[in-house]
Design a protein around this ligand. Structure first.
Ligand code: PEP
Length: 297
């Protein structure tokens, strides 16, 4: 608790100190940028309606992987990793249909307890046992519609890691917070709370998704320069919480209404390592174009 309070105080003072500097110098951390493997993820949310449609969507994707996406036994560390998050009932069948193509499967959520009287929930060992490698944690729809708070998200992140899977931790400000100009402070606070107790070593398996809530499912994409700037700021927060090595090695995705039209520009930015895609991931052609974005960096 003491640790968290101290780190948070430092982060918030740095947030205030960095905001103007970062907005005038978007590429402030890029000279040190490490080589990070791109990661494109598709969050299917509560879609499609049937198992047959889910398998068809997965199968449709397998033929759209390109030369720069990862085949299953590829040793190129810079190939684009592709992860999809089907609804729980479809995970096994979809995994069977995409695994030979090298597409990785994740769970959209899970509960942090190991077993017991939690009707309707699934636990880490369940999703691990059906082949999930990733779990989404802190998605804004979970935060707002299902009351996942930062304490619960933190327990979930730690359970995912201790179970041998990788969390994609979603953070981001609401429209009201954006308008109040406290975006950086909100994101710093979420990182600090949601990663409390996660070790430097464990951070190698953590992916962050910066998703401005106002851009999710709205068609409003955060500008690529603004997203890049925020990602750079998040690295300064990670450097304070851990060190510069973690800050530069951690993969940070952008999420919020990404489409084939916006992906190339977003992915051209040095601090953006991938995208978390909702709506457009339900259309194999669109998601196929997104995972095969133009490589310009
Ligand atoms: C999401 O669900 O994380 C998301 C970014 O959705 P969309 O791409 O539809 O905005």
């Amino acid at each position: 608790m003491q640790f968290q309070a101290t780190v948070l105080a430092a982060i918030l003072s740095s947030a205030a100190a960095f905001s103007p500097a970062i907005s005038n110098n978007a590429a402030s951390t890029t000279s040190l940028s490490a080589t990070r493997q791109p990661i494109m993820a598709g969050n299917w949310k509560m879609n499609p309606s049937t198992e047959a449609d889910a398998v068809a969507l997965g199968e449709g994707l397998t033929s759209l992987l390109g030369e720069e996406t990862c085949p299953i036994d590829d040793e190129n560390p810079l190939c684009t990793e592709v992860v999809i998050f089907p609804p729980h009932p479809f995970i096994s069948k979809v995994r069977e249909s995409v695994e030979d193509a090298g597409i990785t499967i994740g769970a959209q959520s899970m509960y942090f307890e190991d077993s017991g009287a939690y009707t309707g929930s699934v636990c880490a060992s369940m999703v691990l046992s059906i082949g999930c490698e990733y779990v989404l944690c802190g998605h804004s729809e979970r935060r707002t519609l299902f009351d996942d708070d930062d304490a619960a998200i933190n327990r979930k992140v730690k359970k995912v890691l201790s179970s041998g899977m990788k969390p994609i931790l979603c953070i981001g400000e609401t429209k009201a917070e954006y308008d109040l100009n406290i975006k950086n402070e909100v994101c710093a606070m979420q990182l600090s709370k949601d990663l409390q107790g996660v070790t430097k070593e464990e951070m190698a398996d953590v992916v962050i998704a910066y998703e401005p809530v106002w851009a999710i499912g709205t068609g409003l994409v955060c500008g690529s320069d603004a997203a890049n700037e925020t990602h750079g700021f998040l690295r300064t927060v990670l450097a304070r919480m851990y060190d510069e090595e973690v800050a530069q090695a951690t993969r940070i995705q952008y999420g919020g209404s990404v489409t084939p039209d916006s992906v190339d520009e977003l992915m051209s930015k040095p601090e953006i390592d991938g995208c978390l895609v909702g709506g457009a991931s339900l259309d194999a052609e669109k998601f196929g174009r997104i995972i095969n974005y133009k490589h310009t960096k």
